[in-house]
Design a protein around this ligand. Structure first.
Ligand code: APR
Length: 308
């Protein structure tokens, strides 16, 4: 029997993640949205492409959580983009209501699922999903670091004209303005980046990574990035379903690791069939620790506003 992946929210990120998951042939997919017709229409469109990919995986569009029952993985992308006149705090409350309502349904219909949270502010929404479902923290994680690391990898690859698969990049911290791309742990086939590029160039690529989301919002004018976010989300889905034991930067529940307690933050973890199978703790320099603390304070501030 194929595994079942349900995606909550059939907008840009949700539908594109569904497409990648379906096309891989490793799972059947359920696409859910609050708006009637959208998930059904997008799912039908994708289903009609399957014969061209020679795959027999199935996709169903729905507005009913009953169709997601028994999912192995649930991806939460539902929410609202920031609209003119809306403060970050308004957005925070609006998305928190969506994620909370969704998690109540998930806990009932898919009690054994692993949840991947994508809705922003992601680390905060991951914490909310964990609290609402009361699932083991190993089964609730957030997508952020893989996307940020992929962006940094792309910029390094273009700059050095070297294949991206030879580049290893690591990004820690919250998935926001205070993310911490770590050049010290970034290398090309084991050669530290600092030996291949001047410090100032590295800093400019890190700066571009931090503003990676904003750069795309600026170009698109309406909406935000979705191809790379969906690819990063599918990377996590694949690592879980195929029990790959990949070491990936994801938002995970920290309870003392990195000196942070009771908070979701981006750290390197090993991902496999059980979800977050291990948190990898790397020794940070004093300056990196300060940045990590600053990043965690930003996430904690939002958690307090929501009284999670
Ligand atoms: N239940 C289900 N779906 C919902 C609900 C709800 N309560 N509320 C909103 N949605 C749906 C919307 O109808 C829309 O189809 O969520 C979808 C969001 O899609 P987009 O607006 O296209 O947003 P997208 O670009 O996909 O981003 C989704 O991922 O990367 C993050 O910051 C991004 O938080 C955002 C999320």
């Amino acid at each position: 029997m194929r595994k079942k992946v349900s995606i909550i929210g059939s907008g840009n990120v949700g539908a594109t993640t569904a497409l990648f998951a379906l096309q891989s042939g490793i799972a059947d997919v359920v696409l859910l949205d609050i708006v009637e017709g959208i998930p059904q229409g997008k799912a039908l469109d994708m289903a009609e492409a399957c014969p061209l990919w020679d795959i027999s995986s199935e996709i169903k569009g729905t507005n009913d959580y009953a169709d997601t029952a028994g999912s192995d993985i649930i991806v939460i992308t539902a929410g609202f983009p920031r609209k003119p006149g809306m403060s970050r705090s308004d957005l925070l409350h609006a998305n928190a209501n969506v994620v909370k309502a969704s998690c109540r349904e998930i806990a009932k219909s898919s009690p054994n699922a692993i949840i991947i949270v994508v809705t922003n502010p992601m680390d905060v929404m991951a914490q909310l999903a964990w609290k609402t479902t009361e699932f083991s923290c190993k089964r609730v994680m957030g997508m952020g670091g893989i996307l940020d690391a992929s962006r940094l990898t792309s910029f390094i690859s273009w700059e050095l004209q070297v294949a991206p698969e030879d580049i290893e990049a690591l990004v820690l911290g919250g998935h926001g303005d205070d993310m911490i791309p770590l050049s010290r742990f970034t290398s090309v086939k084991g050669i530290p980046l600092t030996e291949l590029m001047p410090k100032r160039k590295i800093e400019s690529l890190i700066e571009r990574t931090k503003k990676g989301g904003a750069e795309i919002v600026h170009l698109l004018q309406t909406g935000s990035a979705y191809y790379a976010p969906a690819a990063a989300t599918f990377h996590m889905i694949k690592a879980i379903l195929l029990d790959e034991k990949r070491l990936l930067p994801c938002s995970a529940y920290l309870n003392g690791e990195y000196g942070v307690r009771d908070l979701y933050m981006g750290v390197p973890v090993i991902i496999g069939k059980d979800g977050i199978e291990k948190i990898i703790e790397v020794k940070l320099s004093r300056e990196e620790k300060t940045r990590f603390r600053k990043s965690s304070s930003s996430v904690r501030r939002l958690i307090k506003i929501l009284s999670i």
